[in-house]
Design a protein around this ligand. Structure first.
Ligand code: FEO
Ligand code: CA
Ligand code: CA
Length: 675
C-alpha cells in the first residue's frame, strides 16, 4: 500500500500537532466504571436525591464555580503572585508581563562550542548540527557552578524535528512517503535531537550569555552519543542487538520531552514518543504494521512500535524492526547525564520503567529516600513514581548513583473516594508472574505498561509533567483526552471528550513522597469558564486572560508556588489563545486562581519552565514556533513551510525560518520574579 495514504492522519493539520497527538491512539484497555458508579462512590445516594448533581454529571461532581458569583471575602483576598497579568491573544511575537524582560538566549543552530561553524540554514550538515543548539527545545534545567549562582550549566532537551520548516523545499514528508528524506537530511534530524549542555554566565548588566569556550558544552544525540544501560533490563536478551550483543550499550536518546535535575545536579532526560522512530517494511492490508512475525508483537502493540513517523529506519537499520526487533526495547527510559563531566557516558536507568516518559521530576522524601515522578503521556495511560531503596547520602549523591537502580517503581490507582494507592511493579508479586508472561524484573520494567494494566492502575487523560513539592504535594498535569467516552469517565478523569485537561493535586500520606498511599483532589478543570458545557472550574476571579487549556510542563519556584506552561497543539483555535506560562495559586482563598505571565508566538508550544534557585531568573523554551494549528491563524490560514511560515520568530529575518529558542525572563531592575 502507498505510504502516503498510510502514515498521514488527516485529523492533524501539521506534523507538530500530529506528533504531540499521535501517541494518543488509545492502546490501553478501557475501564468499565460508569459515571453512576463514580457519583455513588463519591457522594452517595442522599446527596444525589438532594439535587446536588443537577447541571451535568461532570460539572455537578466538580463544581460550577464559573457560574457562582464571587464572595466578597474572596474578592478581598490576594494571590501570592505579584505581577499584572498579560492580555491573552495570538500573534507572530512573544509577550511578557509588564516590568519583565524576555530575552532570547539560545536558538536552533546557534554554535555552542568554540570550534562550531556559524549556522547556515540553506546548507546545514549533520556535522555542523552536532556542534550547534538542537531543535524543539523542551525541558530546561539549570545547576549553579559558583556560590552566587552567576555561572551555571544549562541542560536542554530537544524533543523532535519539523522537517517542513527546517529544510528548504521539503514540506511535510510524512505525507509524502518520506520521498525527499535522504540520509543526509535524516542525519541532520538525528543530530538535532537529544540534549544540549552549555555553561552560561550572568554579566554585570544582569543578562545571561553562553560561555562559548567552556569545556562543558556538548550535544547528546541519537546519532553518535554512546550510552550505558543500567538496572534490571541491562544485559537481558530482550535488549541485545546485532550491534550490541552485550545488551549494555545504546547509541543515543530520542524524543526527550520534559526531564529533571537530581538533587545533586545530574540531568535527567525523559524518552517520550520513542515508538515514532521505528520502521517496518511489512504492512498489512490496511497499511498498518504487520507484526505477525514479531516475537514481541504484544509488547510492540501496547507501545505503538513501530510508529512510522520518521524514516530513520530506511537509512539506519537499527530503527527498522524487521532487522533489529530488540532495538525499540532500548528506548523509553530515563537517561542520566553528568553535566559537569563531558567524558562521563550517559546512563539509561531501566529500573525506572519503560514507557513514554513525559518527565522525571525529583525530590527527597521526608524519610530521606529519592523519589522521581514520571507520567506516561498517552491517552488512558498511567502516572508512575520511583522510590529508591536507600536514603540519599553524600556518598550516593553522585552521577550513576545506585539510588536510580535499586528501588521500587509504582503506578497510581486513583480511587473514587479521593484516596490514591501506589501499586508496586515488582516481579513475583501479585499478577506479575511467569504465568502472565513476566519471567523477571527485566520483563516488568520493559513492559511496565502491561504490568500496570494487570495491577489495575487508573487510565488517565494523558499524564504530562508531575511536579513534587517539599510538603508532600504533587501537581499532575493531565493535558487532555478527547477520546474518553462518557461511559469511561471516572473520578480522577471526570470529563468525557476532554479537550482542555485538568490538574490533580496529590497529598502523600504524612507529607512523605515515598508513601504508598495518599489522597488526591482536582485543583482545576481547564477550559473557558464562561462556556457551561466545557465544565471548567477555576477560582471565580480568574480573568479572561487567566484561564487556560492543556497544561503540560510545570515548575515550583523558590517560594513553593506553581507555574504551568501549556501545549494545546493544533487545538489552540478552540481557545483562540496562544500557549503560554500561567501562575496558579494552590493555597488559601485564591486556590485555583490563574494569571497569564508570558505567551508564545503563534504555532509554538511553551516548555521549560525552570527557575534558578534564587528565583531571579526563569528559563522558558518556545518549541516549534509557527507550526501548530496555523490554519486558525487569522490572515494566514494555511500550513507553515520553510519558505512560507506563519512567523519568523525570533529573528524576523526573511532568510530565516522560525527557530525554537530558549528565553530568559528577568525582572527589570532585578529581584525575584512575581514577588
Ligand atoms: Fe512531549 Fe507529552 O509532551
Ligand atoms: Ca510535554
Ligand atoms: Ca506536550
Amino acid at each position: 500500500m502507498d505510504r502516503k495514504t498510510i502514515i498521514h492522519d488527516p485529523e492533524f493539520g501539521n506534523k507538530a500537532e500530529a506528533f504531540e497527538a499521535f501517541d494518543d491512539i488509545p492502546t490501553n484497555p478501557s475501564r468499565t466504571d460508569t459515571i453512576g458508579d463514580v457519583i455513588a462512590a463519591r457522594y452517595g445516594r442522599r446527596d444525589l436525591l438532594k439535587g446536588l448533581l443537577g447541571v451535568s454529571a461532570a460539572a455537578a461532581l466538580y463544581g460550577t464555580s464559573s457560574i457562582v458569583a464571587p464572595r466578597s471575602a474572596q474578592a478581598a483576598a490576594a494571590d501570592r503572585f505579584n505581577f499584572a497579568e498579560l492580555t491573552w491573544g495570538n500573534d507572530e511575537n512573544h509577550h511578557i508581563a509588564e516590568g519583565y524582560n524576555a530575552d532570547v538566549l539560545l536558538r536552533w543552530g546557534d554554535p555552542i562550542t568554540a570550534d562550531a561553524p556559524e549556522f547556515d540554514v540553506m546548507n546545514q550538515t549533520a556535522e555542523a548540527q552536532l556542534k550547534q543548539f538542537g531543535y524543539n527545545n523542551d525541558y530546561v534545567g539549570f545547576w549553579p557552578l559558583n556560590e552566587d549562582g552567576s555561572r551555571g550549566v544549562l541542560c536542554v532537551n530537544h524533543e523532535y524535528t519539523n522537517e517542513e520548516v527546517m529544510f528548504p523545499g521539503v514540506g511535510r514528508q510524512d505525507r509524502d512517503g518520506f520521498a525527499k528524506m535522504t540520509k543526509e537530511l535524516v542525519d541532520i534530524e538525528m543530530a538535532a535531537h537529544g540534549g544540549t549542555v552549555v555553561e552560561i554566565a550572568r554579566g554585570t548588566d544582569g543578562k545571561w550569555a553562553l560561555v562559548k569556550d567552556s569545556p562543558l558544552n556538548r550535544r547528546i544525540t541519537p546519532l553518535n552519543t554512546e550510552m550505558t544501560l543500567s538496572g534490571p533490563a541491562a544485559g537481558h536478551d530482550r535488549v541485545k542487538t546485532n550491534a550490541d550483543p552485550s545488551g549494555m550499550k545504546v547509541i543515543g536518546t530520542i524524543n526527550n520531552c520534559a526531564g529533571g535535575m537530581t538533587p545533586w545536579g545530574t540531568y535527567l532526560l525523559a524518552e517520550e514518543n520513542f515508538h515514532g522512530y521505528f520502521w517496518t517494511e511489512k504492512l498489512d492490508a490496511e497499511g498498518k504494521p504487520d507484526l505477525s512475525e514479531q516475537a514481541e508483537a504484544a509488547s510492540m502493540k501496547r507501545y505503538g512500535v513501530p510508529g512510522l513517523w520518521y524514516n530513520w529506519g530506511q537509512h539506519h537499520e537499527r530503527f527498522n524492526i524487521d532487522v533489529e526487533p530488540n532495538e525499540s526495547n532500548r528506548f523509553g527510559y530515563i537517561v542520566e547525564v553528568d553535566p559537569t563531566d563531558p567524558a562521563a557516558t550517559p546512563i539509561k536507568h531501566t529500573a525506572l520503567g519503560r514507557f513514554r516518559h513525559e518527565g522525571a521530576e525529583t525530590t527527597i522524601a521526608s524519610d530521606g529516600r529519592l523519589v522521581i515522578y514520571s507520567g506516561d503521556d498517552n491517552r488512558f495511560d498511567y502516572q508512575y513514581k520511583w522510590v529508591s531503596r536507600d536514603v540519599v547520602t553524600p556518598e550516593n549523591s553522585v552521577f550513576g548513583s545506585t539510588l536510580l537502580s535499586e528501588g521500587t517503581l509504582y503506578v497510581a490507582r486513583f480511587n473514587a473516594d479521593g484516596t490514591i494507592d501506589w501499586l508496586p511493579l515488582v516481579h513475583g508479586e501479585g499478577p506479575l508472574t511467569a504465568a502472565n508472561g513476566f519471567n523477571s524484573q527485566a520483563d516488568v520494567v520493559i513492559d511496565a505498561r502491561l504490568a500496570g494494566d494487570l495491577l489495575g492502575a487508573t487510565p488517565m487523560d494523558r499524564p504530562e509533567d508531575a511536579q513534587p513539592r517539599g510538603d508532600g504535594k504533587v501537581y499532575v498535569m493531565l493535558t487532555n483526552n478527547s477520546r474518553r467516552k462518557a461511559e469511561q469517565v471516572d473520578a480522577a478523569n471526570p470529563r468525557a471528550e476532554s479537550n482542555f485537561g485538568h490538574i490533580i493535586e496529590i497529598s502523600e500520606d504524612g507529607g512523605n513522597h515515598s508513601a504508598t498511599r495518599g489522597t488526591w483532589d482536582i485543583l482545576v478543570l481547564c477550559g473557558d469558564p464562561k462556556i457551561a458545557e466545557v465544565g471548567a472550574r477555576w477560582h471565580p476571579e480568574t480573568s479572561e486572560n487567566g484561564w487556560f487549556g492543556s497544561p503540560d510542563n510545570c515548575a515550583i519556584d523558590a517560594d513553593g508556588r506553581l507555574w504551568i506552561s501549556t501545549d494545546q497543539g493544533g487545538g489552540w483555535g478552540r481557545t483562540g489563545k496562544s500557549d503560554g506560562l500561567y501562575s496558579l495559586e494552590t493555597e488559601g482563598e485564591k486556590r485555583g486562581h490563574s494569571k497569564l505571565f508570558y505567551r508564545c508566538p503563534v504555532g509554538g508550544e511553551l516548555c521549560g519552565p525552570y527557575f534558578t534557585p534564587d528565583s531571579e531568573t526563569l528559563f522558558l523554551a518556545v518549541q516549534h514556533p509557527g507550526t501548530d494549528g496555523t490554519k486558525d491563524f487569522k490572515g494566514f490560514e494555511r500550513d507553515s513551510t520553510f519558505e512560507d511560515p506563519a512567523t519568523r520568530w525570533p529573528d524576523f529575518d526573511a532568510a530565516m525560518p522560525p527557530r525554537p529558542s530558549v528565553v530568559v525572563v528577568t525582572k527589570q531592575g532585578g529581584g525575584k520574579i512575581a514577588v
